[in-house]
Design a protein around this ligand. Structure first.
Ligand code: DQA
Length: 146
């Protein structure tokens, strides 16, 4: 068995840098920095080398997905509002072999427009409504199957 850690990029989209301050009744009181710290620790315990990034710029997210596609890195992606309309993001996700889509809130129990994801058809799994634990569940899934 190899000691090498499997690389995972956790990519958070637009407005998720505001975690802890943004609608805490929906997204909780944990900040993005705290989430990132926690996911790195959880990753280590699972044999995963986790890097967490967040951007409010769609093109930057697309470039990170290209990077993941070229490096063969596993991806946990919360596309945030881009989920619902960004064909550019969907076209980038198609190129990445393994993407788990995560939503903190239960997008199906909210406004109608949140029920549709242009990303989900290209994701191997989708988690919604588990709060921040959804990211950990995604990591556990990737660790168990990589
Ligand atoms: C979200 C749900 C999206 O509808 C919303 O635009 C977000 C966050 C979630 O994690 O629940 O920004 O992806």
């Amino acid at each position: 068995m190899s000691d090498e850690l499997t690389g995972v990029l956790v990519l958070n989209g637009v407005n998720l840098g505001r975690l802890g301050r943004r609608q805490p009744e929906v997204y909780g009181s944990t900040t993005h920095a705290q989430l990132a710290e926690r996911l790195v620790v959880v990753g280590e315990s699972l044999g995963l080398d986790v890097e967490v990034r967040q951007t409010d710029f769609e093109g930057e997210m697309v470039q990170w997905l290209h990077e993941a596609a070229d490096a063969g890195v596993l991806v946990v992606l919360n596309p945030a509002a881009w989920t619902h309309y960004s064909i550019a993001l969907a076209d980038a996700v198609v190129q990445v072999p393994r993407v788990v889509e995560v939503h903190i809130s239960n997008v199906h129990a909210r406004e109608e427009f949140r029920r549709h994801s242009v990303v989900s058809p290209h994701a191997e799994a989708v988690l919604a409504g588990f709060g921040l634990a959804g990211y950990e569940l995604a990591l556990r899934h990737l660790a168990a199957t990589s």
